[in-house]
Structures are given as structure tokens and as C-alpha cells.
Design a protein around this ligand. Structure first.
Ligand code: NAP
Length: 307
């Protein structure tokens, strides 16, 4: 029987692992299919305290994993929790088809990229539609081509700036006339001569062309209703995240958007089940807040087990 199973391997999961490992609980970390979490889909993290010149996101996550393992965390790499039963004692999980019993569980499953939900998006995903400029931006098909980024937050601005290394021009399509991104990033983005903002505009359809790849987008100006098209080789969607919590529906309390609602600190409504990070945070969604929440969940789990 496990003392504590940590589901997820982003900033929250690894920090919970560091704390519970240092408490000699030998936590089991089930990484999921995206080890390192959503942060690994960005390039440089500029706002994690202690790294004055920024830090590579992948390197940061690897360092957290090494730190957790040094203190005795055990890692089920690329493993997935398929089911949970929190009505039983001990708590029961199905991991890669096998039952795992645990005295406590820390949910740190993070969030996934939100989708536009327009025709063509799903069909052309991987063929010009992508959710990660860092992963795909350097592909030859995007080089010296017009590219589209959708969104107006920090992610969209970062993606747009990054893509100017590869594309001939980057259109930043935003549904309002002001960026949501932090001021310094918004100013940098609008000052970039290779980025052309397209304000008050939504993507209605992603269109394919020869070779079944993205050929362009159909747009609608929300204030005038005017419709237009824009030719592009890539559509980089950066419109936020949705929590990865479907597995826990009915097992722990959530809000209407699917974010897990802690009852106090990192505690959920189920005794022995704790939560940390983006799957419970619709507001801050930062690497540092996820790490802090992972610390809280680790400490709470340790105290709960001791009690
Ligand atoms: P976000 O802040 O939620 O921004 C999402 C953007 O997409 C908003 O501009 C929103 O428009 C737009 N949007 C949402 N749904 C849409 C839809 N269906 N169609 C068209 N547009 C849509 O998400 P994010 O940029 O991914 O950032 C998430 C969190 O991570 C934030 O807290 C951010 O500060 C943080 N972050 C930080 C960094 C950094 O510090 N370097 C980098 C990336 C992310 P509206 O503005 O109209 O709502």
C-alpha cells in the first residue's frame, strides 16, 4: 500500500513529491503522458524566482524531478491513472490497468490547452493547427510563411514573438481590442515589426488546401460583422487552458468549469485527498503558484497521515 500517490508531474506534482519524499513517505508519482506538465510546452520561463536570466522550462522540470527522486520519490513514467475510487479505504486507483491502493492522494493533474471549437481545427490538427509554438514552430513547413496566432494573453504573445523567428509575418488574432497579456510582454509584442495584430476578430473556420494542410483562416470582425480570409501555413491556438479533472468527476467537489474546489488549503472534500496546481486554480495559473500549492498539499498530506 502506498502512503501517498501523486497524480501529475508538473510544478505542483514535483513540489508535492519533494515535500512528501523529504518527510520519508516515499511518494509514488504517476507522471501522465506529458511528464513535466504544460510548462514544458513553453520555452523560457522568465518569472520563476531565482532565475534572473530565465530558465528553460524542460530543464526546470527535470531539476524538480531529480530533486524529488534524490529524496526517495518513485516515478511511474508515462503512466496514467485510469480510474479512482475515493469512497473506499484505502483509496483505490487503477494505474495502467492495475489497482493501486493508497492512504492518501494528491491530485496535480494540471490543465490542457483550450480549443477554438471551429470547423477545420480538429481535422487539421498536426497538419498546421497546433497548440505549441515551442514544439512545432521550427518545423520546415512554417519557415518563411505567414502564420496565425489566436489569443490575447501571455501565451499568445509569447508564441507570436517566438514565431517571428520562423514565419514571414505573424498575425495575432484577438477577439477584443486590448491584449490581456502582462504589460511588458504586450508592449514588446506590439513593438515587434513582424507581428501584425488583428483586433476584434474571431476565427470562424480553419481551411485546408492542397496536401490537406492548413491554407488559411476564415475570420469575422465582431464589431462590424465583416467576414474575410487570411492565407497562412500555421494556426497556433493560445487561448488558455481547461483543467484535467474529468477523471475525478463525482469523486471530489468541482466548480462548473471543472476546477477542483479545495475546502481548506489543499484539502478536498474527501479526507486524505489533496489538490494542487492548475487543476484547482482558474486565477493565477503560474509555475510558482503551482509549486507553492504542491508544497501545501505535501505538508497537508504528511500531517494527515501522521494524524
Ligand atoms: P489567458 O490569460 O486565459 O488568456 C487567454 C486569451 O485567449 C485571452 O486573451 C482570451 O480573450 C482569449 N480567448 C479565450 N477563449 C477564447 C476563444 N474561445 N476564442 C478566442 N479567444 C479566446 O491564457 P494564457 O495566455 O494561456 O495564460 C494562462 C496563464 O498563464 C496566465 O495567468 C498567464 O499570465 C500565465 N502565463 C505566463 C507566462 C509568462 O509569465 N511568461 C507565459 C504564458 C502564460 P479575452 O482577453 O477576451 O478573455
Amino acid at each position: 500500500m502506498e502512503n501517498v500517490v501523486i497524480i501529475g508531474s508538473g510544478c505542483a506534482g514535483w513540489t508535492a513529491a519533494i515535500y512528501t519524499a523529504r518527510a520519508n513517505l516515499q511518494p509514488l508519482v504517476v507522471t501522465g503522458t506529458q511528464p513535466g506538465g504544460l510548462l514544458t510546452t513553453t520555452t523560457v520561463v522568465e518569472n520563476f524566482p531565482g532565475f534572473s536570466k530565465g530558465v528553460d522550462a524542460g530543464a526546470l522540470m527535470m531539476a524538480m524531478q531529480e530533486q524529488a527522486e534524490r529524496f526517495g520519490a518513485r516515478v511511474r513514467y508515462m503512466s496514467v491513472v485510469e480510474q479512482v475510487d475515493f469512497s473506499r479505504r484505502p483509496l483505490a486507483l487503477v494505474v495502467d490497468g492495475r489497482e493501486v491502493l493508497a492512504k492518501s492522494v494528491i491530485i496535480a493533474t494540471g490543465a490542457a490547452h483550450r480549443r477554438l471549437g471551429v470547423p477545420g481545427e480538429g481535422e487539421l490538427e498536426g497538419r498546421g493547427v497546433t497548440y505549441c509554438a515551442t514544439c512545432d514552430g521550427a518545423l520546415p513547413v512554417f519557415r518563411a510563411q505567414p502564420l496565425v496566432v489566436v489569443g490575447g494573453g501571455d501565451s499568445a504573445c509569447e508564441e507570436a514573438n517566438y514565431l517571428t523567428r520562423f514565419g514571414s509575418i505573424v498575425y495575432l488574432i484577438h477577439r477584443r481590442d486590448r491584449l490581456r497579456a502582462a504589460r511588458v510582454l504586450a508592449e514588446r509584442t506590439l513593438a515587434n515589426p513582424k507581428i501584425q495584430p488583428v483586433w476584434d476578430t474571431v476565427v470562424e473556420r480553419v481551411t485546408g488546401g492542397a496536401g490537406e494542410r492548413v491554407a488559411g483562416v476564415a475570420l469575422r470582425q465582431v464589431k462590424t460583422g465583416a467576414r474575410s480570409t487570411l492565407a497562412c501555413a500555421g494556426v497556433f491556438v493560445a487561448i488558455g487552458q481547461v483543467p484535467n479533472t474529468r477523471l475525478f468527476k463525482g469523486a471530489v467537489d468541482m466548480d462548473g468549469a471543472g476546477f477542483i474546489v479545495p475546502v481548506k488549503g489543499a484539502r478536498t472534500n474527501v479526507a486524505g485527498v489533496f489538490v494542487a496546481g492548475d487543476c484547482a486554480d482558474a486565477v493565477y495559473r503560474q509555475a510558482i503558484t503551482a509549486a507553492g500549492a504542491g508544497c501545501m498539499a505535501g505538508i497537508e498530506a504528511e500531517r494527515w497521515l501522521a494524524g
